[in-house]
Design a protein around this ligand. Structure first.
Ligand code: SF4
Length: 535
């Protein structure tokens, strides 16, 4: 009989043998996997080349592709590029097919706008290759995609690298994906001289953003109240042509907008229909896109009888400006232990603050003059300091990524100033900052402002039915509020029948599509009653 010591020794030896067998199996598996994946073939891991050149000489044969804004903005930007002698093409609004292409070639765990955007680009390149018979090498040589990037903190920081990797895997290795900001270096870097981002083109680009915002805001005000279905879209289409022509030929934008006002005023509207007003907020891309990326949210809400209040792109530009001002001011206050000032990131902080203030002033003034020309009344761009002030108690202003504290501030603003009957916050699937806000912080906001009718939706590209039904449930409440508000307005101005307001000369403006009453309550029809009823 073996004694207990011998048994223990034998047990240990058996365990050691088992471990070494497992390790040997693992090594064999690793070797086979490395061979299968080509990792032992001297293949270097892929590295993102910093800048693949787009030189001045290549400009004549290169088409600049871009996208990611609304159709109106993209059409105006395309015309502006053409005015400055560039070949440019705005990609179509991303759809579900684009999302599928993006998911097929993209890394796992990206946020939805990444898949939609790169999938949309890939879809276009595949169409060039498969339907138009272009050689992939020619496509790589003759096209460049211009987008925006960031240094973080969310996934936007890795978009460009991700896009390049997707295109390489899809057979378009070396395709140029370029950060628009790089083109600001065109004077000292010939590799980015293909697009000269100088003052004239930058100013023209900002004008496109402002004019596009004005037209989109007007479209959202007119479409829900049109008497003849489709009339507003037809008028907006005509306005787009007028503006594109003005931008293409470098003509006065204000004059073009005045012509647009005449076109819009031909649309017959009825402002006295009580409709729930729905503010659409959330992550920038998800709330801005007009297609499958947010399940055509604006159109869906309008088909359900709502009026949408959208966020203009200029808001985000003002927010970026606010960030620079805020951070510069904070750094100016920093002191070392010995009481001396810290080195500043920007060499002349006061100059930076002055420049930001001037840019903000010019942007607001230009927006205001465009709005007046086109007939966008009773609308102003938000005061970013005010939004920061109301959000700071709930959301730290230093937390960036996505819309930062703006999403929180807009909900508080909608609730405290009775600006909308309902707020839809749109969060793309996989979005880090927006998930934190809409899944976490907004519950604190709704606890403090129980009157807010908030509906947070996640856009994953599928599950549209679930999203629509959640929106419809919140809309039910919003509709009831709009109706109540309207009836109260009728009682307050002392009439039973709103049609009475249509009689008499002073109410002729009710017929104008660009007429929009001052804000008193959330609903447009109730506001019109108060204004025309003299209250
Ligand atoms: S804010 Fe969200 S969706 Fe947008 S880039 Fe960042 S992580 Fe993606």
């Amino acid at each position: 009989m073996p004694n207990s010591t011998t048994t223990a020794v034998n047990g240990c030896a058996a365990a050691a043998r088992a471990v070494s067998e497992i390790e040997a199996d693992l090594r064999t598996f690793e070797t086979e996997e490395r061979r299968r994946l080509g990792l032992d073939d001297g293949v270097e891991p892929w590295r993102d080349p910093d800048v693949i050149p787009f030189t001045e000489e290549q400009r004549a044969i290169t088409t600049i592709l871009f996208g990611g804004l609304t159709r109106m903005h993209e059409a105006l930007l395309e015309s502006t590029f053409q005015r400055f002698g560039y070949r440019a093409k705005a990609l179509d609004c991303p759809d579900t097919a684009a999302l599928q292409w993006g998911k097929e070639f993209g890394n796992r765990g990206q946020c939805n706008p990444t898949y939609f955007t790169v999938g949309n680009l890939l879809k276009y390149l595949l169409e060039l290759r498969d339907s138009q018979g272009m050689d992939p090498a020619d496509i790589v040589r003759n096209y460049v995609f211009v987008t925006t990037g960031a240094c973080g903190p969310c996934r936007l920081g890795s978009y460009i690298t991700e896009y390049r990797k997707v295109l390489r895997d899809a057979g378009f290795g070396g395709f140029r994906i370029m950060d628009v900001r790089k083109f600001g270096e065109h004077k000292r870097n010939p590799n980015v001289a293909g697009l000269k981002l100088d003052l004239p083109i930058t100013v023209a680009g900002y004008k496109c953003i402002l004019a596009g915002d004005v037209m989109n805001l007007l479209a959202c005000r007119i479409r829900p109240y049109e008497a003849v279905p489709g009339a507003a879209d037809a008028a907006i289409g005509e306005c787009r042509e007028i503006l594109c022509d003005a931008f293409r030929r470098g003509k006065s934008v204000r004059r073009a907008l005045r012509r647009c006002r005449n076109v819009l005023d031909r649309v017959e509207v009825n402002r006295l229909i009580p409709k729930p007003k729905v503010a659409i907020i959330g992550e920038f891309w998800a709330m801005t896109t007009e297609g499958d990326g947010n399940y055509h949210l604006q159109r869906f809400l309008e088909s359900e009888g709502a009026e949408c209040e959208i966020q203009p792109v200029s808001n985000f530009l003002l927010y970026e400006l606010w960030e620079v001002v805020h951070d510069t001011r904070e750094r100016m206050m920093l002191r070392r232990r010995d009481g001396r000032k810290h080195d500043m990131e920007k060499e002349f902080p006061l100059l930076t603050l002055g420049a930001c203030r001037s840019i903000g002033f010019v942007a607001r003034a230009t927006f205001g003059s465009y709005a007046r020309a086109a007939g966008l009344t009773n609308h102003s761009l938000p005061d970013m300091d005010h939004l920061a002030h109301i959000a700071r108690e709930i959301y730290p202003l230093e937390l960036r990524g996505g819309e930062g504290h703006l999403e929180v501030a807009k909900v508080i603003e909608a609730a405290s100033r009775n600006k909308a009957h309902m707020v839809v916050t749109v969060k793309p699937f996989g979005c880090m900052p927006s998930s934190g806000v809409s899944d976490g912080i907004q519950s604190l906001v709704t606890a403090r402002y129980p009157e807010v009718n908030l509906c947070a939706i996640e856009t994953s590209g599928d599950g549209a039915v679930g999203v629509y039904s959640r929106v419809q449930m919140a809309l039910f409440k919003a509709r009831a509020r709009a109706r109540e508000e309207y009836e109260k307005a009728l009682a307050d101005i002392g009439i039973d029948e709103p049609e009475q307001l249509r009689q008499g000369k002073r109410h002729g403006k009710l017929r104008s599509a660009t007429y929009y009453p001052r804000h008193k309550v959330a609903g447009t029809a109730a506001n019109a009653l108060y204004e025309l009823g003299g209250k």
